[in-house]
Ligand binder design. Structure first.
Ligand SMILES: Cc1cc2nc3c(=O)[nH]c(=O)nc-3n(C[C@H](O)[C@H](O)[C@H](O)COP(=O)(O)OP(=O)(O)OC[C@H]3O[C@@H](n4cnc5c(N)ncnc54)[C@H](O)[C@@H]3O)c2cc1C
Length: 382
């Protein structure tokens, strides 16, 4: 892996930095907390921003030109993501569409699905949510029970999803459902691409410490979906799901934001004259090393993707390293800011909450450690 950036990549980064500084509200630059789209105004803002990226050819630069991209290397997508996360992800949930939803549809979709969905995503005009987790199916996703019963040319969906992020603004749901009622585990599951305004879908936000409308329960009652909305084979969706999860693990460059926050806290510690305090300097040093480790481990995984190599278990290592880095940065912010940082709306408090959930969302930390033990270290299953 070559970790340096070419002149072209450095120029791309500089152009993007200039663009985001001109386009995002000033408070986003001082408060780079990823924002969830919780109302129509947030969504309109994200759509407008994505439209400006699209007009410059920056929304899906790494996609093939036949799907609205520019055939640029995966690294352009990484640089783009880093610049977006450094100012609080102004694309909103569209970072998921360009990272894993679009590519999964590209690989598994029918011509009709590709035309519709890839066109909408490349245009900056479709907001998705991810309907995977259920009350008894989180780490053990193969335990999901939401059922899609075949009825002629339609499926009838009944069941419940939970912790579904971005639902207030979602136009579409990437839904996992069991299409073979006799099946167990990861067999018998299909993917359905469902408009969120389909009758029978009920979204109930879950109040939580992080943000009021951050995620929701989503109930499906006799929701009728045409069979043409199924992505990939009936009962055989798991391979596509695995690929999607692999892309999701390193798709959000959280390391960039963690590093920026750390610079911010180091500047504060310096201003307070506390850099000489061995406890503070040790914490800052450890957090810095963890951020850089997380960045380089993620880059190694992205390098596999850029070279079209099969995904390796290194993605679990990268994700575990990212969780550790975010927790250390949150701890450093707390130590340096003290009680002042606990005020509601303060960056320290918000960041502390999001570092708590970072070890759960997208697959929990402990599960990543189990996978590393088995697939990287070759330890036996316990
Ligand atoms: C901020 C946030 C956003 C989310 N967004 C979405 C979303 O948009 N769509 C979606 O589908 N889901 C979403 N989720 C859900 C997330 O994917 C699940 O919470 C996660 O997979 C864990 O599942 P669970 O909550 O059921 O916990 P469980 O699987 O019940 O795990 C609970 C605890 O037990 C531990 N544990 C479980 N099994 C083992 C084991 N075998 N060995 C060791 N430890 C174990 C886990 O590590 C965890 O600490 C989100 C979660 C969060 C926090």
């Amino acid at each position: 892996v070559e970790f340096g950036w070419s002149d072209e990549e450095a120029q791309f980064r500089a152009g993007l930095a200039e663009f985001v500084h001109a386009e995002v509200p000033a408070e986003w630059l001082e408060h780079p907390q990823p924002r969830l789209l919780t109302n129509a105004a947030d969504k309109a803002q994200a759509r407008e921003f994505a439209g400006k990226l699209r007009d410059r050819g920056w929304l899906v630069p790494h996609w093939p030109s036949e799907h609205g991209g520019r055939d640029l290397p995966t690294w352009q997508f990484v640089i783009l993501g880093e610049q977006m996360w450094s100012v609080g992800e102004p694309r909103g949930s569209q970072y998921m569409s360009v990272n894993w939803i679009g590519p999964t549809i590209m690989q598994w979709g029918t011509e009709e699905q590709k035309r519709l969905h890839l066109g909408l995503i490349a245009d900056g005009n479709s907001f998705w949510c991810q309907g995977f987790s259920e009350p008894d199916a989180g780490s053990d996703l193969g335990n999901l029970r939401t059922a899609a019963r075949r009825d002629g040319d339609e499926y009838v969906v009944n069941g419940q999803k939970i912790w579904t992020s971005h639902t207030p603004a979602a136009d579409w749901c990437f839904l996992l459902a069991r299409t073979d009622p006799q099946s167990k585990g990861t067999t018998g599951i299909s993917i359905l691409l469902i408009p969120m305004d389909t009758p029978g879908i009920d979204v109930r936000p879950i109040p939580n410490v992080a943000e009021a409308a951050a995620f929701a329960e989503v109930f499906f009652t006799d929701v009728r979906v045409p069979v043409s909305a199924r992505l990939g084979p009936e009962n055989g969706g798991w391979e596509a799901i695995r690929g999607a999860l692999q892309n999701e693990r390193v798709g959000a460059p959280r390391w960039e934001r963690a590093s920026l926050l750390l610079d911010h806290v180091a500047a504060q510690a310096k201003a307070q004259g506390r850099l000489g305090d061995p406890a503070i300097s040790r914490l800052l040093g450890e957090a810095k090393a963890s951020c850089e480790a997380a960045r380089l481990l993620a880059y190694a995984v992205i390098d596999e993707r850029a070279k079209a190599q099969p995904a390796s278990p290194q993605a679990y290592v990268a994700r575990a390293a990212m969780v550790r880095a975010e927790r250390l940065v949150a701890e450093a912010l707390m130590q340096v800011q003290g009680v002042d940082g606990l005020v509601d709306g303060e960056l320290t408090a918000e960041n502390y909450f999001s570092s708590l959930t970072a070890g759960v969302a997208g697959g929990s930390y402990e599960i990543q450690l189990n996978l590393i033990a088995r697939l990287v270290l070759g330890l036996p299953r316990s």
